[in-house]
Design a protein around this ligand. Structure first.
Ligand code: GLU
Length: 482
């Protein structure tokens, strides 16, 4: 390698910190450290509606917990800042102007209604979806006049109309895409803010990124990025698309089937070094096939040559096994301290005290009253669920729980009041008595019929664990004989 590599992770702060971010972060980190390079954290908050400061803080906190430290980023600064895209708007507008001048991009005046009509026509004619190029065909003076008069518009990338865009993926070799299959992507929205594609390419270039190491799901975006690099006259970086993590059924890992939030693993007492060890086993093998190793060992041995693409499965049981292995190997005093600092931390206990003090006389009852709040894989109370609501067959209960799972998973915020409103609405739409639905959810989420107030309890357990338990309950009910 001629120059030390510069790599980055670029999470979007639009939700809970995701295991995928930790995975991609680990590989970037290992590559940078192995080769004496720099590891950069950039926040891609171009989606103004979905991004939040709370999500950004949670992502940084989770990455710190894992110990994946970065050399440049929004919190530590660096020579290529700012590292938060919302603070770089003028840079993107300037670059969009360059593309317009070169004819590599064009203004699009189509309104949302016109775009919907285009999609509808394409659907009826069974054509490929994508922008049909209406504004690309406007005479240049007309386009300029309309822009100057302040007519709302986006800026679109003028993709080549024929031929192919080819590039090398470091793990996959030559990859190429037919240009006529690719949309004229919006680069700048009508509010003047960039989309992912423009901001990502401009920043990777200006931040001197030498290797873009990211998840496989971005592979289809890469030809558009390559076209952008060429339009700017820049050399593209090396692209490495990592294999996608998968659920047990081999579908792309998702919160519908697996806990994906790093907060879940932290809360149930998975040790951060174990999560890293576990992620390092997904898609990469050590020279001696060792399964237990430290982050430093991984960095020492890391190589893309040791990576394989066969969709690694994120298996919670294997993670628990590995954690157990570490727990048993640890010095007892260290282990005691780790338990005190995590599951029995003062913050955790303070969060539970208001919920259970009504139910505890001697303090020694505390563990028994609270075990289900942090259990990583609570046994499914199948029989209790089946008999939970008189007059409702297991199948019906499964259907209601499935709907509850979806409603809780999609709730914009996971607070007690909002959850109660959602569950009452759901009960009404299913024609269930609210109390019956609440009982079913209570048993599924806690394994017991009597708990502290339900919605406060769900909040204390946390969304990812509640979702996981409700999903397990739906499956268990489905397996029961009627
Ligand atoms: N913001 C994208 C994400 O959330 C970054 C993708 C990339 O690394 O280019 O994953």
């Amino acid at each position: 390698m001629t120059q030390p590599p510069r790599v980055r992770i670029a999470p979007s702060p639009t939700g809970d910190p995701h295991v995928g971010t930790a995975y991609v972060g680990l590989i970037n980190y290992a590559f940078a450290r192995r080769n004496g390079g720099r590891f950069i954290l950039r926040i891609e908050d171009t989606d103004r509606e979905r991004s939040s400061a709370a999500s950004e803080a949670a992502i940084l906190d989770a990455l710190h917990w894992l110990g994946l430290s970065w050399d440049e980023g929004p919190d530590v600064g660096g020579p290529c800042g700012p590292y938060r895209q919302s603070e770089r708007s003028e840079i993107y507008r300037e670059h969009a102007r360059i593309l317009l001048e070169r004819g590599a991009a064009y203004p699009c005046f189509c309104t949302p209604a016109q775009l919907a009509a285009i999609r509808e026509r394409q659907r009826a004619a069974k054509q490929n979806k994508g922008y049909d190029g209406t504004c690309r065909r406007l005479p240049p003076d007309e386009a300029r006049r309309r822009m100057e008069s302040g007519e709302p518009h986006t800026i679109r990338l003028a993709m080549p109309l024929e031929g192919e865009t080819a590039f090398q993926d470091h793990l996959r070799g030559d990859v190429s895409y037919a240009n006529d299959q690719m949309d004229d992507q919006v680069l700048l929205k009508s509010d003047g803010f960039p989309t992912y594609h423009l901001a990502n390419v401009v920043d990777d270039h200006l931040m001197g990124i030498t290797h873009v190491i990211r998840a496989e799901e971005w592979l289809n975006s890469t030809p558009k990025h390559v076209v952008l690099y060429r339009a700017f006259g820049w050399d593209p970086p090396v692209f490495v698309h990592l294999p996608l993590l998968r659920n047990a059924d081999r579908s792309k890992i998702s919160k519908r089937k697996n806990p994906v939030s790093l907060d879940f693993y932290r809360r149930v007492g998975i040790l951060p070094e174990v999560l890293l060890n576990f992620l390092a086993l997904l898609g990469h093998s050590m020279p001696d096939e060792r399964e237990v190793f430290t982050l430093d060992d991984f960095v020492r041995e890391f190589s893309f040559e040791r990576m394989h693409l066969g969709g690694p499965v994120f298996d919670l049981d294997k993670l628990l096994w590995l954690n157990g292995h570490y727990v048993r190997a640890m010095d007892p005093r260290d282990l005691a301290r780790r338990i005190r600092d995590t599951v029995f931390s003062i913050e955790n206990i303070e969060a539970l005290v208001p919920l259970i003090r009504e139910r505890v006389d001697a303090l020694g009852e505390f563990p028994e009253k609270t075990w289900y709040f942090t259990h990583p894989k609570m046994p499914v109370p199948a029989q209790e669920l089946a008999g939970a609501v008189q007059g409702r067959a297991p199948k019906e209960a499964a259907k209601a729980l499935k709907a509850a799972h979806e409603a809780l998973n999609e709730a914009p915020s996971f607070d007690a009041e909002a959850l109660e409103v959602r569950m009452r609405d759901l009960a009404a739409s299913l024609s269930w008595k609210p109390g019956d639905l609440f009982m079913l959810v209570r048993i599924a989420a806690t394994g017991r019929k009597a708990t502290p107030p339900l919605f406060d309890t769900l909040v204390a357990i946390g969304r990812p664990a509640v979702a996981q338990r409700l999903r397990a309950a739906v499956e268990a009910l489905g397996r029961l004989k009627e």
